[in-house]
Design a protein around this ligand. Structure first.
Ligand SMILES: [Zn+2]
Length: 110
């Protein structure tokens, strides 16, 4: 439960207190509380793209299904999906990285 709260609050996987993000799209290089290095190596966050894809799919799939059931065509569905994804891009960016950091800390704690 502590881990889930830390993910929701975008906190460090080790101490669950230090914020991972300094600003909307800027990460802290290290945890300001415990000093855990968030980006372990160059290209570290490539794995976060899988979570970004899954989160985006979870976001737009219900929208697509609902719009199809309501009889919308492909163009309005495409536009609606683009709008949702553009608006939620910061959310997807932040949470995909935080989930990736937490998963990596479970697999290879440092
Ligand atoms: Zn920490």
């Amino acid at each position: 439960m502590k881990k889930l709260c830390a993910i929701i609050r975008l906190r460090c996987p080790r101490c669950a207190a230090g914020p991972i993000f300094a600003r909307l799209l800027r990460m802290n290089p290290r945890c300001p509380v415990c000093g855990l290095e968030f980006e372990r190596e160059q290209g570290y966050f490539v794995g976060a793209m899988y979570f970004s894809y899954a989160l985006a799919l979870a976001e737009v799939l219900p929208l697509i299904v609902a719009m199809l059931l309501l009889g919308f065509g492909a163009a309005p569905i495409y536009i609606a999906c683009c709008l949702v994804l553009v608006v939620s891009a910061p959310f997807l960016f932040r949470y995909s990285r935080v989930i990736w950091i937490h998963l990596d800390q479970v697999i290879d704690p440092r």
